[in-house]
Design a protein around this ligand. Structure first.
Ligand code: SF4
Length: 227
């Protein structure tokens, strides 16, 4: 019988069986996880994701109800006064830039896409403030289309710790993950890593003693190891 300890030592980081074991454990730990940003439609999710840069989802969820009450549609947001928008998003940080971006995104949605958030990567990237991460959140969590893998700070850190990539930039990490993960796991995989990154594999002092992925993990900064 193979012990977990022996299995952890023998496996190379990208061995299919090891990857399958990681994916199975993440699914077991976080079944049916969804995006933590509250939203009722694609537009609200786009705005919330733009606001979530350098900010917690909890903070964004405190801000968006009043924002969408004041400006419920892309057209209303396009016509809003910029200082009023800035005030509403102030506590999410970088508020001048974010207010400018959400108003710019509203304008593009209204003027180029008939008031509806588009569903392709190429079109989503035309919205100010929307880079691949936001486009992947919207396409994955709203449209259910796995166009790419969301790589935020948690996904980047955990993918490196689990040996799924050696890259350090979100774009390159995403490229690696798209190569090794089955496409039907792209959407949920990010949600699962984000949850695990918040609950257990935190940035400083990961809680390796509580982590059920530990037998499969060779991270250099583990705080406890069984092998
Ligand atoms: S064992 Fe530690 S470093 Fe590895 S995934 Fe778990 S918490 Fe993160």
């Amino acid at each position: 019988m193979t012990t977990k300890k022996a299995a952890g030592k023998r496996r190379s980081p990208l061995e299919p069986a090891r990857l399958a074991a990681i994916l199975a454990e993440l699914r077991r730990l976080y079944p049916d996880v969804v995006c933590a940003l509250q939203h009722k439609n694609a537009w609200e999710l786009t705005v919330a994701t733009i606001l979530s840069a350098q900010c917690t989802d909890v903070r964004v969820n405190l801000v968006t109800p009043a924002l969408f009450k004041a400006f419920p549609t892309p057209k209303a947001m396009m016509l809003a006064s910029l200082p009023e928008l800035e005030e509403l998003v102030r506590t999410t940080g970088f508020f001048r830039n974010k207010a400018k971006n959400i108003q710019g995104a509203a304008r593009v949605v209204v003027e180029e896409f008939g008031g509806k958030v588009p569903a392709t990567m190429e079109e989503l990237l035309r919205l100010p403030g929307v880079a691949r991460k936001t486009a992947n959140v919207v396409s994955g969590s709203w449209f259910g289309k796995p166009l790419g893998v969301v790589v935020d700070t948690h996904v980047l850190r955990l993918s490196r710790r689990l040996g799924l990539t050696k890259e350090t930039t979100p774009e390159k990490v995403e490229r690696d993950l798209m190569k090794i993960l089955p496409q039907e796991r792209w959407i949920q995989f990010s949600h699962e890593l984000i949850h695990h990154g918040r609950a257990v594999c935190v940035a400083r002092k990961p809680r390796c003693g509580e982590c059920t992925l530990e037998p499969l993990c060779e991270a250099k900064d583990k705080t406890w190891s069984s092998h």
